[in-house]
Design a protein around this ligand. Structure first.
Ligand code: C5P
Length: 214
């Protein structure tokens, strides 16, 4: 059984405003280099989708392909570039992947066909209009979905091709499998798997990286 890690890293990083987000460094090492290093021990190969015009970084041991204009298209290109039986999809923008989560997602993907790391929501949730509290949303049974997400490759490829034909856009791959009618297993994620999106996240990532690199 061949297992590949597929890393969509082709985003423009518009919200962060520091160029392609995957190449942004925390404590001297890029988000992409950190994500790939964390994935490597768990897979047979790593394939990364980069934005056009970006030279593949020398410090990242992976095969590189050109990403698409959406995350979904980048993942489809990655799926078509790999012949693995099982794939772990992991955002480059989540650089702190604990080995226990990688192992659990991989095992659940093999067992169930589709699985994702996720965390039960801890905060109070409300629906709001502009900045006005409208109503509280019951948080019982709600989970925040992270990556890595693991799949039997044929399961995810089928969902992507159906979505491409239907013009359906999802923000993540487990959501696509569910949209296509498949079952998705949830495995315990980790707070360290937060996605670096805003300047505040970057400061948090920098502090965490310094602590972990010590
Ligand atoms: O923009 P966002 O943070 O949701 O992106 C999640 C991941 O998807 C990032 O690692 C980003 O580089 C990747 N992405 C991609 N291709 C795009 C847009 C985003 O690979 N066109």
């Amino acid at each position: 059984m061949k297992v590949a890690a597929l890393v969509p890293a082709a985003g423009s990083g518009q919200r962060l405003g520091l160029g392609p987000k995957a190449m942004v460094e925390v404590a001297g090492r890029s988000l992409l280099a950190r994500s790939v290093a964390a994935l490597h021990p768990h897979v047979d190969e790593v394939v990364v989708a980069l934005p056009s015009g970006l030279t593949p970084p020398a410090d990242v041991p992976a095969r590189f392909i050109l990403g698409g204009d959406t995350r979904q298209r980048s993942v489809l290109a990655l799926l078509q570039a790999s012949d693995a039986d099982v794939v772990l999809i992991h955002d480059a923008a989540r650089p702190f992947l604990p080995p226990t989560v990688a192992r659990a997602v991989r095992a659940a993907a093999v067992q169930h066909g589709a699985a994702t790391a996720a965390l039960p929501v801890a905060d109070t949730l409300v629906r709001a209009t502009a900045d006005r509290w409208e109503e509280r949303v019951e948080r019982q049974g709600l989970w925040a979905v992270q990556t890595p997400q693991g799949f039997v490759r044929e399961v995810l490829l089928g969902a992507h091709l159906d979505a491409e034909r239907a013009g359906h856009l999802a923000t993540d791959d487990a959501g696509l499998v569910r949209w296509a009618g498949g079952e998705v297993a949830l495995v315990p994620g980790d707070a360290r798997l937060f996605k670096v999106t805003t300047p505040g996240d970057l400061r948090l990532a920098d502090a965490l990286a310094r602590q972990l690199d010590d």
